[in-house]
Design a binder for this molecule. Structure first.
Ligand code: NAD
Length: 257
């Protein structure tokens, strides 16, 4: 059934590292046409050689998605290159630092919210006409899949309240978009990772990391490669054509909402 991903036009924000990069590789493995995005483009020759050896096609599109104008240009450039969009994965995001509530200022607030909320709203807004057309032309569903977080479920750690709430915001607006766009045959689902071993956790002490591992029934962080297949599943009409408005938690048992 995953043959249906061959030639699918899949734009993945935040796919130059971590979860997004593993997901991009997997879609390329199944022959998709993938838009690779990050604040910067990938220059590492080993990663590029790996991409080139896979059956799919890709284009690199650097953009700073904290800015609405970059969100618009990213979507336009991808759609122009591949002739449309079948699947949008809103994965760009991040902690944006930690701050106690009493120290939050406008710069910190805007930084966290622009990265985790504005990027999702604006990229999705500009992608909708393409996703609508994709569904009309295929007679099947097109898909938006956004990366949420366990922090959107439990509020986040101390100092990460804005980040956790921004992710909860993303979880919630998907429910709204299901109401607005199901008539257009666009599905909206969330992949909600727990603690995944990426740059997201760089800078934490071994003591903190061990404390985190101890809070996970599986006793370890997940890998990006363990998260990536769920995006494939939710992108495939054959596998998940009747699934919309859902949050899929991938967290080694850390939370069972
Ligand atoms: P990562 O730091 O390895 O990758 C982040 C990606 O986002 C990179 O490609 C980076 O270039 C891109 N990015 C960052 N700022 C950007 C911007 N302004 N414009 C465009 N792209 C930008 O992190 P990751 O852990 O792979 O995180 C991916 C997603 O997963 C994020 O949304 C994150 O919040 C979420 N998440 C991660 C974890 C975890 O434990 N790693 C847990 C829950 C949710």
């Amino acid at each position: 059934m995953l043959n249906e991903l061959t030639g699918k036009r899949v734009l993945i924000t935040g796919s130059t590292a971590g979860i997004g990069l593993a997901t991009a590789k997997l879609f390329l493995q199944y022959g998709a046409k993938v838009g690779i995005n990050g604040r910067n483009i990938i220059k590492d020759p080993d990663i590029l050689a790996e991409f080139d050896a896979l059956p799919g096609e890709y284009i690199q599109l650097g953009a700073d998605l904290t800015q609405s104008s970059h969100c618009e240009k990213l979507v336009a450039d991808f759609a122009e290159h591949f002739g449309g969009i079948d699947v949008l994965i809103n994965n760009a995001g991040g902690l944006g630092g930690r701050s106690a509530l009493e120290n939050i200022d406008d710069v910190f607030y805007d930084g966290v919210m622009d990265l985790n909320v504005r990027s999702v709203v604006m990229v999705t807004k500009y992608a909708i006409p393409h996703l609508r057309r994709s569904a009309q032309e295929s007679g099947k569903t097109s898909a938006v899949i956004s990366t949420g977080s366990i922090a959107g479920r439990d509020g986040g750690g101390v100092g990460a309240g804005l980040y956790g709430s921004a992710k909860a915001w993303v979880h919630s607006i998907h429910r709204n978009w299901v109401k607005e766009f199901t008539g257009d045959n666009i599905r909206f689902n969330i992949v909600s990772p727990g603690s995944i071993d990426t740059a997201f956790h760089h800078g934490k002490s071994e003591e903190v990391l061990q404390k985190m591992r101890n809070s996970i029934p599986m006793g370890r962080f997940g890998t990006s490669e363990e998260v990536a297949p769920t995006y494939l599943y939710l992108a495939s009409h054959s596998f998940s054509g009747y699934i919309t408005g859902q949050i899929v938690d991938i967290n080694g048992g850390q939370m069972a909402p």
